[in-house]
Structures are given as C-alpha cells and as structure tokens.
Design a protein around this ligand. Structure first.
Ligand code: COA
Ligand code: THG
Length: 544
C-alpha cells in the first residue's frame, strides 16, 4: 500500500509512525504541510492509497480528502474537537484522556472514527504526555486502521452529533495570576503549554514565555517573587508554595528557549542539580534528565565528574539512565546559539562530550550500560554506544546520524564505536541514512543489544532484572583484552583527533552549513519545502 504522511514537521510522533509503517513493508513518503497546492502536487505525484496526518495545524483541502481517505491523529477522545485538545485536558485536570484517528471531512475534527484509545493522565508537561502516552496510543490506532483499511466490511463510525469543539487556547486563558493561583494551578498552566507555545508572563520587566516547570516542596515567599535560583531555573513563590521555572523564551522575533537565569541575567544559587546517582545492589544508576536531552559543555563536565564519582563506589556496574523523555540529543544547540562565539562553544561542547565518552570507553573495571527510556539523536546515540551494553524502551526512536545538522561529520568516537557495533563497512548505512530508526531495526543493525517495555516504567522494571544478571566478571575480562588490542592497533586518541579535524572544518571552516542549520533549528524556522530524503515521491521526479 502507498501511504503519504502529511505533517507540519517531522516531529517525534511522525518519526515513530514512519518507522512503524515502514516496518510493515508499505511504500511510504512524507510531505510537509506548506501550501494546499503543494499537498495536491504531492498526492498527484505519489498517488497514495491512504494519507495519514500525524501533526497538522491546518485544514486538508477538499481536493485531497474527497479523493482519498485522510486519517488525522487527534490527541483527544472520540467527540473531542479543536486544535488545543491536550492543552485543555491538562488545564481542566482530566483524569482520563484519549487519542482518536478520525477521517478528514470539511468540518474540522468532525469526521468518522477509525480507531481510538484512552489513557490515564499523568501530572506531566504536555510535551511529555505527547511523546509517551499520545505517541503509543497513536501508533496503536494507526496499526489498527491499517488492518481495517483492507477489511471490505469496515466502515468508520460517525461521532455522536457535532461533538465538543474547543477553540485554540489563548494566552488570556493560560495567563497566571501570581497573587491568586495556587501552585497546582500554576503548574497546570505551564504544563499545558510545554514546549509550545509556553505561558506568556512578565518577570522583572521582561516579557517571556514560561516552560519546564516543577513543584517546589518547601520554599515559600511573597506570591510572584523570585525566591531562589538553581541550575538555570528560577523559583517563584505562589500563594501556597512555589514553582520552579526552568526555561524561558523572550517574546518577539528570533528568540529561542534558554535557561531562565540566563534570560533574566540572574546568578545561579547552589543546591541540587540535574544529575542524580542511585545505588542499588552494587549497581549505580546515573540519571541526567537534561531538558530536551541537550547537553551543554557544563552539563557534560558535571556528568563526567559524577560518572567518575560512581566509578569510585563499590559497584560492579554503572547504568547511564539519561532522562525519562530523552536519553541524549548530543551537544546543546541552543546554548551554542546563545554563545557570543558559537564556533568556539561548539568546539568546547564536542570536546566535553568526547571526554565523557572517553571516560566510559576507558572504564575497564566496571560494566557500563546505556538505558534509553526515551529517544536519542546525533551524538547522543554514539555516547550511548560508548557503553558495553545498550538497551532501549521498545518505542524509542534513534537518529544515529549528524548529517541533518548542516552535514556535521560528528565525533563522540563514532569512528571507533560504530564499526564494532554494525560491522566494518556498514557504517555508511547508518551515517548516510538521515532517517529515524526504530528499536527493532536498531537491534537488527547491531546498534542496540535489546529493547523491551512499552512504558518507561515497564522498561525500567525489566532493566532492573536484566542488569544484575549480566555476567559482569566475564564482560570486564573480555573488555580489558579487547581494549588493549584495539589500543595497540590504533590508539583511541587517534580516532578523536581524526574526527575533530573534520569537526574543526565544520565549526571554523569556509562552509557555514552547520551554523545556518543550527540557527534554523533553534529558531524553528518554517519549512519552505520537504527535504528529498523524506519526500520519496519527489526523488523520482528529480531522478528521471
Ligand atoms: N540541542 C538543543 N535542543 C535540542 C537538541 C539539541 N541537540 N535536540 C533536540 N532539541 C530540542 C528540539 O528543539 C525540541 O525542542 P522543543 O520541542 O522544546 O522546542 C526538542 O528538543 C525535541 O523535540 P522532539 O519533538 O522530540 O524532537 P523532534 O521531533 O523535533 O526531532 C530530532 C528529533 C532528534 C530529529 C531532533 O531533535 C534533532 O535533529 N535534534 C538535533 C540533534 C543534533 O543535531 N544534535 C547535535 C549535533 S551533535
Ligand atoms: N478535516 C480537514 N483538515 C483537518 C482536519 C479535519 N486538518 C487537521 C485538523 N483536522 C486537526 N487539527 C486542527 C488544526 C487546526 C484547527 C483545528 C483542528 C484550527 N485552526 C485554527 C485556524 O485554522 O484558524 C488556528 C488554530 C491555532 O491558532 O493554533 O481551528 O478534520 N479537512
């Protein structure tokens, strides 16, 4: 079957659906929703049997939905309609929510239902619910619909009446009244707009969008006041407690999300940071839930320090846990963009990543494990590969390539680590691929040792059974021998030097591709066309 994914962007949900549908052997292509005429052109070129819309902000034109079935992933239960479904559900404090796959008709979100799922709401940011519960539910709905598509007796179910329409949520609804709102209300207001669009607010005279909030359990103060800072976050008092706000974006053009203290020019206080070690049964679990999985120079250096601390403990194994939503996405592109000297900062960041990877590769007296509860991209994938064992949650998506970021060569010792995993000669299959890879495909390639668990909890529960059972003495013995052999053939530092020679050109050289790509990525610049590696239907046109 030929399936076209029509989407606003190739976001994590679209990537996951891409991987799942591809696995079934369907012919798949992607078009960004840029203009009705471009969508019509894509349909004319590709002639799909079915169109699936994972993430759309606009109406599909009648010229398209009247010609072929168009299935829309709606992040709400049957009958719920409108563009801010999850936002409203979080703000209202719904206990149960759903995902519905509905067929596009003229009236927005009022078409008949192909499949639906429900889930219990977690007290979590919208972006986290979207990447976990919504994503898993959407995959189930789409797979169910693909079966129904081939069932001649199936007809989709019309919704009861007109359903319930909720308008796009306005900033006036999201607005926080710091004098009146209690902490839970403030948290819900920030959570329901995380990562887009954020809650518009004014702090110290600066008009900003608030992101990445969490509850403070002890501190109190005069409502609205900033009563503490720590690790880039600010703590603001409410009438019954306080809320930490991790990231802000200044209102206006050409702005991007940064740690709150940077935007407000405040000093960071001391205290608990974003890295935690948990030791259980001689196994150290190292958690580093960095925002969006991005790792700036300081975070890499602090993580290295904590890793070295873990190495000093009486443990057999060190498990790199990353965060619940992301494992790692490599160097911190926002922090680099913020820097006055982005090339120098890129250099510092990649070197800090490499120091971390090197320390892990050189650890020959402990077993090292990477445990990917969430997705990993670019350098974050190769960082994981520096461990002896790599496990992921079943639904995890990997983007083990750097090319999409302005043709970066990449580092993190990938030239050493990748051939070991996928076999010498197969590196290009991974690095030139540009497309996301699902956990089963990653295992088949050799990138992952195994994958398990549908939810983060399932994954971590099973992890805690598998890791203690690893034959750690054997792994350590083998690793020492292999490392010495490898070192005698080609020293580790040579791999690094060779990679960094390329990276130096990417950062400081003539070709500005990386700086341009980073700028566009960080500023979320609107797409003007679908890249050819996604728009397969356009490849054929260009090749003929
Ligand atoms: N630095 C800073 N921010 C990053 C990041 C990085 N390395 N990688 C991802 N992010 C951010 C994204 O901007 C997005 O931010 P927002 O939603 O808060 O605005 C969020 O993390 C990820 O959102 P998600 O929707 O899960 O990701 P995606 O679907 O947009 O795309 C990737 C996933 C991996 C393809 C994409 O995030 C990516 O290309 N990341 C860059 C990887 C990279 O090039 N790293 C550095 C090179 S070494
Ligand atoms: N039928 C058709 N096209 C569709 C849908 C449909 N396109 C996607 C849509 N369902 C699902 N999502 C939306 C997206 C946008 C809106 C409603 C449902 C919407 N948008 C406002 C507008 O276009 O004016 C702006 C919203 C905003 O500011 O974010 O109302 O069922 N054919």
């Amino acid at each position: 079957m030929k399936i076209l994914l029509l989407t606003h962007s190739f976001n994590s949900l679209t990537q996951r659906l891409y991987v799942e549908i591809q696995r079934l052997g369907h012919e798949l292509s992607v078009e960004f929703d840029i203009h009705d005429s471009v969508t019509e052109e894509a349909v004319a070129l590709f002639k799909p049997d079915l169109l699936i819309a994972p993430f759309l902000k606009r109406a599909i034109p009648e010229s398209v939905w009247s010609k072929l079935p168009c299935l829309i992933v709606h992040p709400g239960p049957v009958g719920d309609r409108g563009p801010s479904s999850l936002d409203w559900a979080i703000l209202r404090g719904e206990k149960q929510w759903g995902i519905t796959l509905l067929q596009a008709v003229a009236e927005m979100d009022a078409g008949p239902v192909w499949a639906t799922r429900t889930f219990s709401m977690r007290n979590a940011p919208k972006s986290s619910l979207y990447r976990n519960e919504v994503c898993e539910g959407a995959v189930d709905c789409v797979l169910e619909a693909l079966e129904k598509f081939n069932d001649p007796t199936f007809t989709p179910t019309p919704i009861d009446g007109v359903g319930t329409w909720n308008d796009a949520m306005k900033q006036s609804v999201r607005a926080i009244n710091w004098q009146e709102d209690d902490s839970q209300t403030v948290l819900r207001k920030i959570n329901c707009g995380d990562g887009t669009p954020g809650v518009l607010d004014c702090i110290n005279g600066e008009v900003v969008y608030l992101h990445n909030a969490r509850l403070e359990n002890e501190k109190t103060g005069h409502p609205g006041d900033i009563i503490a800072t720590q690790n880039g976050a600010i703590c603001r008092a409410t009438k019954d407690g306080a809320i930490w706000v991790g990231h802000l974006r200044k209102k206006g053009k050409d702005t991007f999300k940064l740690p709150a203290t940077h935007i407000l020019d405040l000093k960071d206080g001391e205290g608990e940071r974003d890295i935690f070690i948990h030791i259980e049964d001689q196994i150290a679990y190292l958690h580093f839930p960095f925002h969006n999985g991005a790792m700036n120079t300081d975070q890499c250096q602090r993580l290295l320090h904590q890793y070295q601390q873990a190495c000093q403990k009486d443990v057999t194994t060190i498990v790199l846990m990353g965060g619940p939503d992301f494992f790692s996405n490599g160097i911190h592109l926002n922090a680099i963009e913020e820097s006055e000297r982005p090339a120098e900062e890129s250099w510092a960041n990649i070197n800090a990543m490499n120091d971390l990877c090197e320390a892990i590769i050189q650890t020959t007296d402990k077993v090292t494990v990477a445990a990917l509860s969430g997705n990993a991209g670019a350098g974050g994938v190769f960082f994981a590969l520096s461990c002896d064992r790599v496990y992921s949650r079943t639904g995890v998506i990997l983007n083990p390539h750097y090319k999409n970021m302005g043709n970066l060569f990449g580092s993190e010792y990938w030239t050493y680590l990748l051939p070991k995993r996928v076999g010498t000669g197969n590196e290009a299959k991974v690095m030139q691929h540009r497309l996301p890879i699902g956990a089963p495909e990653a295992k088949a390639l050799g990138l992952l040792d195994d994958y398990f668990g549908k939810t983060v909890e399932d994954f971590q529960r099973q992890l805690k059974e598998i890791v203690p059972a690893l034959p750690h003495t054997q792994i350590i013995t083998d690793k020492k021998i292999q490392r010495d052999l490898d070192e005698s053939e080609k020293p580790l530092h040579t791999y690094r030097e060779e990679e960094l020679k390329h990276m130096k050109l990417n950062f400081f050289g003539f070709d500005p591709s990386y700086h341009v790509a980073r700028y566009k990525f960080v500023l979320r610049e609107a797409k003007s066309h679908t890249p050819l590696y996604l728009a397969k239907h356009r490849q054929r046109v260009n090749n003929s």
